[in-house]
Design a protein around this ligand. Sequence first.
Ligand code: FAD
Length: 310
Amino acid sequence: MENILLLAHTEADGSLGKAGLEALTTALSLGGALTVGLVGAATGAAANQIASCGAARFLAVTGDAAAGTSRWARALPGVAFRLGGRVDTHATGLDLANGAPALTRWFYRQRMEAVLSRTQRPWVVLLDPGCVAPWVGAPGAATVEAVSIEPPATRTTVTGYQAPKADEQTIRPDAKMLLVAGAGWTKKQGDGAVHAAEAEQLILAFLRKAQASLGGSKSVVDLSGEGEAVLHCMTHMNQIGQTGSTPRHAKGLSTCCHGEEPHVVGWRFVNQRRAINLDAGCGWARGKADVLYVADAFEVMRHVNAMLGS
Ligand SMILES: Cc1cc2nc3c(=O)[nH]c(=O)nc-3n(C[C@H](O)[C@H](O)[C@H](O)COP(=O)(O)OP(=O)(O)OC[C@H]3O[C@@H](n4cnc5c(N)ncnc54)[C@H](O)[C@@H]3O)c2cc1C
């Protein structure tokens, strides 16, 4: 039987977030002796939140300079290396195969799925969010063993905590809905003029009302570098596709985007796909969308936003 150490960091409010609860579901499914290691500015509330999960021990490292998701992703491969272990990233599942853990991971931009196991220990596995249901259970009073760390000389100084306003945040991995904007929003429309300002206003209004996440095609995120009419809400972080991201959402709506393969490969984990395009022969019409609306996206989104209310 394997010893499992689940490492999870707390959120700004001290709780264990959705990704941490998903990782707990996965760790418990392996059935080994589970130790939970919590890291954060405060860890007590998170330990109590999962007190009834059945873990044998709760360890905590508490401090302002504690890890966040991106710091985990950068630091844990180094930890595996120093301990003579191995690390795998972007795992989408971890199950028992012949009594040993085996992870599932996608390769070649989500075109091939592989199942891997390793004999080296410690084996550090970084799990992608959105693949299993978050753990749900009663809170309680956890007995937490504080682990004090004497950090070596560090260049990190905590000066405060800054988070973008909810309205400014356009990438929402946990959103049910993904809205993708393509370069068509910035192209000349039927009246011969470009309407980038209205496009931006329609897109942002929909994001706010539907609490959707914003994706973009490569063409639209590259436009700022080409001196064309720009959607200011769009950055390279929003790009979906072969050289962009592959987010997980229940529904996706593509607007003014042609649906070419290098873009659509990023929709692998979007369950229900719809697209709005003026062109009935666009890529989405070729089996890539569940529903294609052959329509003017400006007009459709004006109506959709009105229906969603304020
Ligand atoms: C190696 C490689 C990697 C790539 N990686 C990626 C990637 O990661 N992600 C990615 O997106 N692309 C990627 N691409 C580029 C990709 O092939 C396409 O060029 C890109 O996706 C096209 O973007 P688009 O559909 O927004 O723009 P366009 O092809 O310009 O299409 C705009 C669409 O908007 C429609 N339209 C215009 N006005 C309206 C309106 N009012 N209402 C409705 N529809 C309207 C038009 O009919 C048109 O179909 C890659 C290409 C290569 C070669």
